[in-house]
Ligand binder design. Sequence first.
Ligand SMILES: Nc1ncnc2c1ncn2[C@@H]1O[C@H](COP(=O)(O)OP(=O)(O)OP(=O)(O)O)[C@@H](O)[C@H]1O
Length: 251
Amino acid sequence: MDLSCPLLCVRKLSICYGRRPVVTDVTFGVTERQIVAVVGPNGAGKTTILKAIAGLIRPIHGEIIFKGEHTESLSVQDMVRRGVVYVPEGMNVFPHMSVEENLEVGAYLHRRGLRERLKTVYEIFPELYSKRNRPAGALSGGEQRMLTVGRGLMARVTLLLLDDPFLGLSPRITHRLCDALHEMKRQGITLLIAGQHIKRLLTAADWGFLIEDGHITLSGSGSDLLQNDHLRQVLFGRVPLETIGIAGVYD
Ligand SMILES: Nc1ncnc2c1ncn2[C@@H]1O[C@H](COP(=O)(O)OP(=O)(O)OP(=O)(O)O)[C@@H](O)[C@H]1O
């Protein structure tokens, strides 16, 4: 676990909903220009961790340090201003607005440099450029997902927090989105990605961790985690590795 992290440090993070603890003593670091995967069973606390980093949820205990600054008590707007953007699961587009207008919404706190950022998003997602004047509601599901991710990029993002980005996508579009994630990393963006597409996520990730019932129980490189017996037991049952990912959400 890398705790000498220059970009994001999460230390002993604990979060409750009401009186119920859902994240307990979670500690991890994210180094700049890494892709980090957060994997775990349903309800393990993955989304909650991402939301806390984004300023959507207040932890009851622990530290979140972004670029050396404590951010646990900052708002979502404060975090967006610092370049930390959360993209929730689903296709949350404004259906009657054009693709380009949807992207411009993402730049509402950072209007300067908007044209350059649009260009960058269109480089990463050329599919959006060719449909930039169409209503977002007319895009396919995969294109709408690209649009939600692209809108996140418009906020002059440094750290992109992606929640289940592959959910409901075909294998072809999932593959396409993975290529886009690598392109974002190449362009200097750091990605923290939670999800259930374990094989895809851990294959794409430089590093990842397993979260079970609000606790980190394993961490390591994506490839090491994929080989780990405990992770395979928790997430796949006793399935041989070579059969994982033939079908279903675990691809
Ligand atoms: N707003 C909320 N109020 C109360 N409990 C919540 C709330 N949001 C989530 N929970 C509960 O907190 C726990 C962790 O939820 P979280 O969404 O972080 O899990 P997750 O690992 O992202 O799950 P999934 O993979 O199903 O999205 C779950 O038991 C969930 O039911």
